[in-house]
Design a protein around this ligand. Structure first.
Ligand SMILES: [Zn+2]
Length: 228
């Protein structure tokens, strides 16, 4: 992954992050063409920098580079979608187990505060914040479980999940949503490992079962409008 933890990301990292966010928050939809020269203009950088950022996004599975045609937001197949949910269920079950073993009051409070933020975003119908926060909930569990490596792995899986739900989730269906997250937190707070793992399993299974092959009917939006 191309990410900077420092305060001053390089221009390439900044483009990567901006595009990553726009894809993960589903403002840039699967199949959207990412024109090099337009991105260079929007970010006021050289096309070489744009190319580096796009290459890094391709390595992370979020962008597809087609010779002589350019870069497109990736369109995961149903099979890839199933594999990603399989990987998430396996990893997240273990992360919950690990977190249950040593969840401090501080950790529980952070999880509760996060769910409260999700609920507030849902109530004010802030779709972008709701998408970001619902993925963020899963990443917070990874962070609190204390594995920077698994955090990075999950970050990748969560962003790919965003592409999958953008493609295969029927309109009107919600993402994670605060209710099931709240249930997971309450089980972790009780220290009930099996119940917490079951709640996470049920939650991921629920999201996966909502998927279908219906394509979004939203028309393409202009890069400048999304990224400016
Ligand atoms: Zn969730």
């Amino acid at each position: 992954m191309l990410k900077s933890k420092s305060n001053a990301p390089s221009p390439t990292e900044a483009i990567y992050e901006r595009l990553w966010d726009a894809i993960a928050e589903r403002n840039l939809r699967p199949g959207t063409r990412l024109k090099e020269e337009q991105l260079a203009e929007i970010f006021a950088v050289s096309r070489a920098r744009v190319r580096s950022a796009l290459a890094a996004l391709e390595r992370d599975g979020l962008v597809r580079l087609v010779p002589n045609r350019g870069a497109f937001v990736a369109e995961p197949t149903i099979r890839e979608a199933r594999d990603i949910f399989f990987a998430r269920a396996t990893i997240e079950s273990k992360l919950v187990e690990r977190l249950c073993a040593h969840a401090s009051t501080g950790a529980i409070n952070r999880l509760k505060a996060h769910v409260a933020e999700e609920r507030a975003a849902a109530e004010r119908c802030d779709r972008a914040a709701a998408v970001r926060l619902s993925g963020g909930f899963h990443l917070l569990i990874a962070e609190l479980a204390g594995s920077p490596y698994l955090f990075e792995v999950l970050r990748d899986l969560v962003s790919r999940t965003s592409l999958i739900t953008a493609m295969y989730q029927p309109r009107g269906e919600k993402d994670c949503g605060p209710d099931e997250h709240e249930d997971i937190v309450s089980k972790i707070a009780c220290g009930d490992v099996e119940a917490a793992k079951l709640a996470m399993d049920h939650h991921l299974d629920h999201i996966e079962r909502q998927l279908n092959l219906a394509q979004s009917d939203e028309g393409p939006r202009h890069l400048r409008e999304i990224l400016s």
